[in-house]
Write a protein that binds this ligand. Structure first.
Ligand code: CDP
Ligand code: MG
Length: 739
């Protein structure tokens, strides 16, 4: 095997110095080159003729009524058993042993930090204890539990509704952006993303509806969590009856305590079995390849039960690996046990997300391919093996250029330790790290960097200003963002017209705050409804903005190979392609068949429709829709295709003036402030713009992009060519005057 436990450090050091491969950026293209591991390296042989055809098991329906009745009775019985067993499982969780002490500590202290091993029951149990202890006063008050991730918020809410035996969306609900599954007069326990609670401050600055707030997964230190902690610290003195629980994995608890005047830390001792750590002997050039080999190495050599959890960086990677594994597992056929491959990432459709929680049948093995959502937010039972390449995808904002990049970076030591711990819940486990021991001790950061020091702050700055917090420098935070990134975001907001030259929020700024999307998108919509040079296209822009929120899971399979794309798309920009897709789908009367024919995800489009409706409602509430209507009436006859494109392009320029790149010799180069030098960027192969270049069309001198990502190259994604250079100056003269 390629692993040796506890490699001698010194011996390996030179190797790392030679190659530094752990830092090597993984190449997207490599994924397709993965070959089946050969028999020489592994002790199992693939036989190409051994392909197994699976037969679909059809559901057998009961034939007679009486049988149907028996069936129903059985179901009821099972249901009854399930409820008692759910109550039993609640009692075996580590927090249950501390229920009384916890409730006493909460009664005594306004703020309490709760630290416990992942899976000990913090998220699902504590809020129920609070309900049981009367903190909601029979429905008078609510309890909010924040989560950094949407998937966790929805999954946990479903689980808790189940445990409390209520219908999800009534007593127990969740609220994530664009999806509110709560009832105003009924929900007492509300799981929500941290960003959603932040937005509640806008309408209810003292959080009067709530008696308890639990900031969960605080150690993740997302931007919204950090800002929430700052705001809560602010309101606690005059909301003496409000309880604040901060729950965190073992890292960093004292920092939270210090921030809240040395409030007590409650430790829930967890049980955890030992986990053997295995490191690679040498750096692996292609970690995806190594992941696949390792999984099959485990699968063919280790006994069951014992499921595998693999940490990957994102959807693309997960889908790629899942496909390869399906293929290999298929070829292995009966030479190995069945391997159940279940992905989990933020954009995965709900019904598929739930698959990770289904218990693995006997003599089978489950492999869960997860983003770092499985690091602490979700617990999958039965994991015995963890495979960890040690990477994570992170947003990184570079103040000097004003750009946000999506980077794949090595995890911190705290993170990889947390990941390893996931193998030791059911019994002794093993963790395979696809990096060297030397790299662990010498290369990895101790702690992850909090998001606030590495992200674009525009939307939270705008939110704080609209809450009347004008002294941003003195606003108390666990970690302060750099002055340069603060001033960059102020500058950006000024450029968008959300602030005036004195730094005070403008009327437009307040409107932008109302929209449930980034200020940049809100500006696009505002321009579309009101700007004299391009109004009348609000609805088209709303369609596009809604689509841009969901592009990651729009196409079935990879976007590069999507035949549907070419069928629909006669356009030269991703934005117009998205619009055409949505428009065609609308014309098909939101048909599911149409989606299948065009290889588009029906569920994603339904989400887009929901987002679109919410944005339109918001525009309507703000009076923008009416303004747009009157502009539109003048326009109807004159609206040719190219006029429409021109108007839409201008609206996006007004919202994203910092996301423009200019054609250079081999690539595009970003343009922002005249003083900065810019960055060479390449149009991503999935873009329509890339394809029209391949078709021999002349590239546009300027292009607007929605996303910048770094993989093997700096790629820009979701691109909109700017057909006339003069539009830049027309829309954003402050930035583009006489270039
Ligand atoms: O928050 P913490 O990590 O301390 O634990 P939790 O999320 O409350 O999980 C407690 C238990 O509930 C774990 O054993 C999970 O496996 C289980 N659980 C589940 O089976 N399904 C869910 N959707 C969520 C939790
Ligand atoms: Mg939790």
């Amino acid at each position: 095997s390629g692993y040796r436990q506890h490699e001698d450090e010194g011996k390996r050091k030179h190797m790392w110095e030679e190659k530094q491969l752990h830092k090597a950026v993984k190449k997207d293209e490599d994924v397709d080159e993965i070959k089946l591991p050969g028999a020489d390296r592994y002790e199992f042989v693939f036989d190409d003729n051994a392909m197994v055809d699976y037969e679909e098991q059809k559901e057998v329906l009961p034939e007679k009524d009486s049988e149907q009745e028996i069936h129903l009775l059985k179901q009821l019985e099972i249901e009854q058993e399930r409820i008692t067993s759910v109550q039993e499982t609640r009692k075996v969780l580590p927090v249950y042993g501390y229920r009384k002490e916890l409730l006493e500590a909460i009664k005594e202290h306004q703020t309490l930090i709760i630290v416990g091993e992942t899976g000990s029951g913090k998220t699902t149990q504590l809020p129920q204890y609070l309900v049981e202890d009367g903190y909601t006063q029979g429905g008078k008050f609510r309890i909010a539990v924040t989560q950094p991730r949407r998937v966790a918020a929805t999954a946990v809410a479903a689980r808790v509704a189940d445990e409390m035996d209520v219908v999800l969306g009534k007593e127990v609900g969740y609220s994530i952006r664009f999806e509110d599954k709560t009832m105003a007069d009924r929900t007492i326990l509300k799981y929500m993303t941290d960003g959603m609670l932040l937005r509640e401050f806008l309408v209810d600055p003292e959080l009067q509806k709530y008696s308890c707030i639990m900031i969960d997964e605080a150690h993740e230190r997302t931007l919204a969590t950090d800002i929430l902690l700052g705001l809560l610290k602010d309101i606690l003195p005059h909301r003496k009856d409000l309880k604040l629980l901060i729950s965190s994995a073992t890292m960093n608890a004292t920092k939270f305590s210090r921030f809240f005047n040395n409030c007590p830390i409650f430790n829930v001792p967890g049980r955890r079995f030992p986990v053997d750590i295995h490191y690679t002997v040498q750096p692996e050039a292609n970690y995806l390849h190594a992941v696949i080999s390792t999984v099959f190495q485990i699968h063919t050599k280790e006994p069951v039960p014992g499921d595998i959890l693999v940490f990957l960086t994102g959807q693309d990677e997960i889908e790629n690996i899942a496909e390869k594994m399906e293929m290999i597992a298929g070829k292995l056929g009966e030479k190995a046990m069945p391997l159940i491959i279940t992905p989990i990432y933020a954009n995965l459709p709900q019904d598929q997300q739930n698959r990770i929680f289904i218990p693995t049948p006997p003599s089978c093995r489950k492999v869960v391919l997860a983003t770092n959502i499985a690091e602490t937010s979700l617990t999958v039972e039965g994991i015995k093996y963890v495979v960890d390449p040690g990477y994570v995808k992170e947003n990184s904002f570079v103040p000097s250029t004003g750009m946000t990049q999506l980077l794949t970076v090595p995890c911190s030591r705290a993170s990889v330790d947390q990941r390893a711990g996931r193998a030791g819940r059911v019994g002794p486990g093993k963790c395979y790290r696809i990096f060297t021991k030397w790299s662990y001790y010498n290369e990895l950061e101790l702690m992850p960097r909090p998001e606030i020091v590495r992200t674009n702050l525009s939307s939270v700055v705008l939110l704080l200003l609209s809450l009347g917090i004008t002294n941003l420098v003195n606003f108390q935070l666990l970690d302060k963002p750099s002055v340069s990134s603060l001033s960059k975001s102020l500058e950006n907001l000024y450029l968008l017209g959300a602030l005036n030259s004195k730094g005070t929020i403008t009327k437009l700024g307040r409107i932008m705050c109302e929209f449930p999307c980034e200020p940049e998108f809100a500006k696009v919509l505002h321009t579309a409804a009101t700007h004299e040079m391009c109004h009348g296209v609000l609805e088209e822009c709303i369609d596009i903005v809604a689509m841009l929120h969901e592009t990651k899971s729009l196409f079935m399979g990879s976007k590069n190979q999507n035949p549907g794309l070419r069928i629909i798309g006669q356009t030269d920009s991703d934005h117009m392609l998205y619009w055409e897709i949505y428009d065609e789908w609308r014309n098909s009367n939101y048909s599911k068949m149409w989606c299948q024919d065009h290889k588009l995800q029906y569920k994603t489009l339904c989400r887009v429709r929901n987002i679109r409706d919410q944005l339109l409602q918001c525009a309507d509430k703000l009076g923008l829709a009416a303004l747009n209507e009157s502009a539109r009436r003048e326009l109807v006859d004159k609206q040719s295709g190219s006029a429409l494109t021109a108007r839409i392009t201008k609206c996006f320029i007004s919202g994203f003036p910092m996301n423009i790149a200019q054609l250079g010799i081999n690539s595009y180069r970003t343009v922002g402030k005249k003083s900065t030098s810019g960055l060479d960027v390449y149009i991503h192969p999935s873009s329509v713009v890339f394809q029209s270049k391949r078709d021999g069309k002349k590239p546009c001198k300027f292009v607007l992009y929605q996303q910048l990502m770094l993989t093997s190259k700096e790629f820009i994604r979701d691109c909109l060519p700017i057909i006339k250079e003069s539009w830049l100056e027309e829309m954003v003269p402050q930035l583009f005057r006489s270039r």
